[in-house]
Design a protein around this ligand. Sequence first.
Ligand code: UD1
Length: 359
Amino acid sequence: MKPSRHFTAMAIKPRTVLTVIGARPQFIKAAVVSPVLRQSAREVLVHTGQHYDAALSGNFFHELKMPKPDYELAVGSASHAVQTARMLLALEPVMSREHPDVVVVYGDTNSTLAGALTAAQKGIPVAHVEAGLRSFNRAMPEEINRVMTDHLAARLYCPTPSAVANLAREGITRGVRLTGDVMDVAVRMMVRDADVPGRYQVRPGGYAVATVHRQENTDDRTRLAAILQGLGSLPWPVLLPLHPRTRRRMAEWGLAAGDAVRLLDPLGYGDMLSLAGAAGAVLTDSGGLQREACALGVPTYVLRDETEWVELVQEGRAVLVGAQAERIRSAVTAGTARPRVESLDRDPVGLMVADLVQE
Ligand code: UD1
């Protein structure tokens, strides 16, 4: 049967997908998803401006060859409530103007929650990438953002089986898909430069890379001091690229890290992966770096008391060391993490995009 003209016109009209990003890890994920999405949908890219420093924002767009955002909301830094409120105010007119069929949000930042809430209040379906993750620690702003976003979302793309189970426990089963982790794809796509350790005067396997940026660590003097002490007690030189907030707190509290710890400015994504991939160990409180280091087969130590990436800990690829100097030193020195490179048995980006372009 020949399709009616009306049907043909409907079928060829691409869906409008509005993507909200704002912080460093979201640029990385969108850089992987957007090119595929744009083959079959019209994407409107909105940057809230949560991260605005060149080292955290502009450089990433350049390095990841990302399209320029269609909207830059420039909300900047503020308390969680004020920052989120500014985003809501700025996002509403954008969504009214663009009439998206679906709004995509990534992860667990304030930009994620603001994107989801604005869309849900306007009756626009929300798609959440990295749905279902739980640390079960409501003191973390990210945990609140995750829970709220999942309860607002119509399409929930889960990176792990435990994420699917977490949603089911909260009564969410509709629209849930186990896609796998987009970060796994990003790590595999990025070409790593073997010369990077040499540029930092370290030998492959003979150094550690660390990052500390979570509010629970940076805004607690005892925890931050203990982490720095732990890093300083490792048998290797430690490269510590600093989030601007961590640098400010260390100055404010007069905290130093010892001679073996080298403080660096935030790194680009390629350099970070190259350094992490050749390191003897990675120590981090970042959700992204935790998974990247594990995907690269590097022993990974998590500077937190719990993680939402439970599979990595259950499999022994990552070890929770919290913020205690002696625990950090002994776990890393004894090499308690058991790295393993896994093959990717799913196509997270393909699965997500196929779902997004469907009514
Ligand atoms: C945010 C996310 C966190 C994510 C991280 C990725 C929330 C609640 N947290 O944390 O989940 O892991 O991004 O990096 O959304 N600052 C700058 N320059 C910038 C941006 C921030 O100096 O470009 C400083 C400001 O002092 C700001 C502080 O960092 O107040 C915190 O920034 P914010 O975006 O609120 O949270 P992050 O710690 O970056």
